[in-house]
Design a protein around this ligand. Structure first.
Ligand code: MIG
Length: 802
């Protein structure tokens, strides 16, 4: 028998441990609807402490989870049944095969299988520690999971290609790759988590291993998903649905909710690798302001440093950083400097000296400090996997907080390394598999590297600027990165294919538990055109954040660089973004509680609809606003898919047109200045007026745009100071439809309403109005009712002619 014995242990965190001659399985129920199955094949030979497994330090799972749930164990011949968190593991002790089911607990719910694992295996480590990268066994532990016909596999982190990853072989190895293409794998971020959708039902599968890993998603074997890890274990979490949104909610509870970004970070941002001095940045800010283009932040790339030495500022370009931060703030603009992990190896450079003295650096397998090349050359690498290094790095942020900086971007944290001294081959431009983080090989720690680096950034701001809400952007990451940072999709190019690719990439990150993600608007590498940039700004209206960025040596790409009509089209897209901010900020706040991303693939809300499931050229903002950008040169119309429900065309949020009955494929007319948008019946969106930059997320003017549904509509608005603690008020706008009358009221929780707030309510989908009670003024034109609401209004009633 492969797994003969078992024992239930652990007071606070119950677990069932099962073992045989060589293998160990540990089962627990960390959260309701989540079962953890830790598999350690060949545990005896791996020296893992057989038949017990050592405590695991996860970079993904929240360190402060509540106590795990109780477990109930039943022996049934060779099958062991472990029930916990509402799920049941059925483990065949003869073969090691297992399944996880839900229901069937005698409470009337039929048993339903979530996942089935016919096999898992491992190989004992090689006798001698390998010095040569080629001798690492990259497929040391393997797990095969049944992949039923028709099941779709969403998520899996940062990937190109379609939303459904079925038929792809994915590698988990964070890679600085430039340029990437529509079939490049891997990229910068590794999240071994997928939501499996079968018909109406979904469940999640998360393999919490930072070791280099691959997932063969039913490619080699059409009905088998196979994970192969270079590590000794497979730490598997099965997450219940039933809907994709439930899977994401559970995954967020397990790996952490993203903190709320400050409002300014959601406004327009301008960046370029090539702005060298404070004067360059002044000119950029002036360029925006002169042309009445909204702008909230400017990013500062590596040239602000002194010889690419992190935590230094070159005094020629930036004679007084603090003064410049204040000057920009006076124009409503925040500065966001870059930080790279590589430290220049240079005598008397204090960052290097401290790191050397305290033994904070990554070492070679032979024990020397590892020396590579990044922008600083030669460069050494902090070992962020150790807490003392995180604390030290956090303290360095004082350079920024003293200057009044409130956000930064952590780049090159895969970590990227251009070459090694002495030269060696590596997989991707990074450190060798056998480099050492303390006693752990890089092969194990590589994918984790960016998480503690961004954790350090967050800790730095928390310590030195506790009153502000920091904005941390990271290029690389592992599962759980959302607790520490937001991410961007790295070095894309100024091409139509990359514009289109940005949507499934961002949506896929959202489906991987990272709700705040965006691509560089206009494209990083190569030269943009006016049309591309204009269409990109339109498509990006619902990116979680909106940063125009481009590479050194490429054509200028600020919004005005291509002249008219492009500048005006881009201004209109930016104004649309600012009008949408109350809705986007409300979605952002929801993301911090539900794990649902800001930019949502249709799959999230219409998983049972085959057309919606794989649609990746459109997205939803919330449940009810469909965004269908034009993403091809010269195109002036496009096909749009509208799932079940009624959808009103609300192009540019100002041109109200036809109402469509979904599911339907419709054609949208979209000349250059038009972004096709559709609002679902039953939804109300909070909007405001455009502004030069953001202020507080307490909007002096709110326009609710509602589409009347069969039972009325509902809208939500979250408001707070836009910075500092995320404590604000939530307003629900409720329209109840009773016959040919509509009663509108609002419910507010949290702090009192801003007295000077002025609200307007626009309602689409009404028949000619007969009477309005409770509004200060109203008009009815072309099927749109516009109501001006009096201060402190309580209820408005509309009746109409049926
Ligand atoms: O090797 O800092 O993805 O956004 O402008 C390139 C220069 C390093 C890569 C980042 C990009 C940034 C660039 N960096």
């Amino acid at each position: 028998m492969r797994l003969g014995q078992f024992v239930t242990e652990g007071g606070r965190n119950p677990q069932v441990r099962v073992w045989g001659e060589t293998d160990v399985v540990v089962v627990s129920a960390p959260l309701p609807g989540v079962l953890r199955v830790r598999l350690a094949p060949q545990a005896r030979a791996s020296g893992l402490g057989f038949p017990r497994l050592p405590e695991k330090r996860s970079f993904a799972v929240c360190p402060d989870l509540p106590e795990a749930g109780p477990l109930n164990v039943q022996e049934d011949g060779e099958t062991l049944r472990v029930r916990g968190g509402g799920l049941t593991l059925h483990l065949n002790r003869q073969t090691g095969a297992w399944r996880v089911t839900e229901g069937g607990d005698g409470h009337g719910t039929p048993e339903r299988e979530l996942t089935s694992v016919p096999g898992w295996s491992g190989e004992a480590p090689t006798a001698r520690p390998a010095l040569d990268a080629e001798r690492f066994n990259l497929r040391r532990s393997r797990l095969s999971v049944d992949a039923p016909d028709g099941a779709a596999y969403l998520g899996f982190g940062e990937r190109v290609g379609p939303l459904d990853k079925r038929g792809m072989v994915l590698t988990f190895w964070n890679t600085d790759c430039y340029p990437h293409h529509t079939d490049t794998d891997p990229l910068y971020i590794s999240v071994p988590f997928t939501t499996v959708v079968q018909g109406e039902q979904a469940h999640g599968l998360f393999v919490d291993e930072t070791w280099r890993m691959t997932a063969d998603v039913a490619r080699t074997h059409p009905r088998e998903l196979t994970f192969a890890s270079a590590g000794p274990e497979l730490d598997v979490y099965v997450l219940a649905g039933p809907r994709p949104a439930d899977v994401l909610r559970r995954y967020a509870a397990l790996t952490g909710h993203a903190p709320l970004p400050p409002l300014w970070a959601l406004g327009a941002a301008q960046s370029r690798w090539g702005y060298r001095t404070a004067d360059d940045l002044r000119a950029v800010i002036a360029g925006y302001r002169e042309r009445d283009l909204p702008l909230d932040s400017v990013y500062i790339d590596i040239e602000y440093m002194d010889a690419f030495k992190v935590w230094t500022v070159n005094r020629t370009g930036f004679p007084d950083l603090g003064a410049f931060v204040r000057e920009a703030a006076g124009q409503g603009v925040r500065l966001v400097p870059i930080i790279d992990p590589g430290i220049k190896l240079e005598a008397d450079y204090d960052v290097y000296e401290q790191a050397m003295k305290n033994d904070y650096l990554v070492r070679t397998a032979r024990g020397d400090v590892l020396v590579g090349e990044v922008w600083p050359d030669p460069a050494v690498f902090p070992d962020f996997t150790r807490p003392e290094v995180v604390a030290w790095w956090a303290a360095r942020h004082k350079l920024f907080t003293d200057a009044g900086i409130q956000g930064q971007w952590n780049d090159m944290n895969e970590p990227a390394c251009f070459s090694l001294a002495p030269p060696r081959e590596t997989e991707g431009k990074t450190l060798p598999y056998d480099a050492l983080h303390g006693s752990r090989p890089h092969l194990e720690m590589h994918n984790a590297y960016a998480n503690p680096m961004s954790q350090a950034s967050r800790a730095g701001y928390a310590k030195y600027s506790p009153e502000i809400r920091p904005w941390i952007l990271s290029r690389a990451g592992y599962a759980g990165i959302q607790r520490h940072a937001t991410v961007w999709t790295g070095d894309n190019t100024s091409s139509w294919s990359h514009l289109a690719l940005s949507l499934p990439m961002i949506a896929g990150l959202g489906l991987s538990g990272i709700p705040f993600a965006a691509a560089d608007v206009g494209g990083f590498g190569g030269d943009a055109t006016g049309e591309l940039l204009a269409r990109w700004y339109q498509a990006a209206v619902g990116y979680a954040f909106l940063r125009n960025h481009s590479a050194l040596g490429t054509a200028d790409q600020e919004p005005w660089r291509f002249g008219e009509p492009y500048t005006s089209v881009i201004r209109a897209a930016l104004e649309l973004r600012y009008r949408l901010l109350p809705h986007l900020y409300t979605l952002a706040e929801q993301a911090t509680r539900t794990g649902l991303p800001v930019l949502r693939p249709l799959a999230l809300h219409y998983a049972g609809d085959e057309d919606a499931l794989r649609e990746d050229s459109q997205y939803l903002l919330g449940q009810g606003l469909m965004v269908a950008p034009v993403m091809a040169a010269g195109h002036r119309r496009r096909q749009v898919y509208l799932p079940a429900g009624r959808w009103a065309a609300v192009f540019n949020l100002s041109e109200f047109g036809e109402i469509h009955e979904g599911p339907a494929h419709v054609t949208a007319d979209a000349p250059l200045h038009t972004l096709p948008l559709y609002l679902k019946a039953g939804e109300a969106l909070p909007l405001t007026e455009p502004a030069a930059h953001t202020a507080q997320a307490r909007w002096p003017r709110v326009t609710w745009l509602a589409h009347l549904g069969a039972s009325g509509f509902v809208g939500q608005l979250y408001e707070d100071a836009g910075n500092g603690p995320a404590e604000g008020r939530l307003t629900r706008l409720i329209g109840d439809r009773v016959g040919s009358a509509l009663h509108v009221r609002r419910e507010t929780t949290g702090e009192a309403a801003t007295p000077e707030q002025r609200e307007v309510l626009q309602i689409i989908g009404l028949d000619p109005v007969r009477e309005v009670q409770g509004a200060a003024a109203f008009s009815y034109e072309d099927g749109v009712l516009r109501l001006t609401l009096p201060a402190r209004w309580e209820e408005v009633t509309v009746t109409w002619v049926e």
